[in-house]
Design a binder for this molecule. Structure first.
Ligand SMILES: [Fe+2]
Ligand SMILES: [Fe+2]
Length: 136
């Protein structure tokens, strides 16, 4: 499970709120994937959960990117590249779904997302807040 930590709070209410919602959504999907018994429907269910995570994550990234463009944020390109890298990972995982009835995918997804979000919140996202605080 992904865990919300206070150190992830970046100080921009709308973004902090979405980060918590994303963690909740991912945890619900991970729980569902872990408890789905192997069945012909499992492959479809895992694909759906991955699609939902991808959609919500990419909507959240769009909000942040809009925020960065509006404030002429200098680190926009690097930040966006880190967003794109995660979205590519999610798409790659969707392509892997049929293998061994999804095999180790939920566990790899959990590890990848937990690592990516904790690093990204504390570095790239926190940097947006630092920039805004200095600019004002
Ligand atoms: Fe974010
Ligand atoms: Fe971000």
């Amino acid at each position: 499970m992904l865990e919300w930590k206070d150190e992830y709070r970046i100080g921009i209410e709308a973004i902090d709120h979405e980060h918590r919602e994303l963690i909740d959504l991912i945890n619900r999907a991970l729980t569902a994937m872990a408890t789905d018994a192997p069945s012909p429907q499992r492959e479809e269910a895992v694909r759906e959960h991955l699609g939902e995570i991808h959609a919500q994550t990419s909507a959240h990234f769009a909000l942040e990117e809009q925020e960065m463009v509006q404030s002429n944020y200098p680190g926009f390109a690097d930040h966006k590249a880190d967003h794109e890298a995660l979205l590519d990972t999610l798409l790659d995982m969707m392509d892997e779904v049929p293998e061994e009835e999804c095999g180790t995918l939920p566990q790899r997804l959990e590890e990848r997302l937990a690592l990516w979000f904790s690093n990204h919140f504390k570095t790239f996202d926190a940097e947006i807040h630092r920039f805004r605080t200095e600019a004002n």
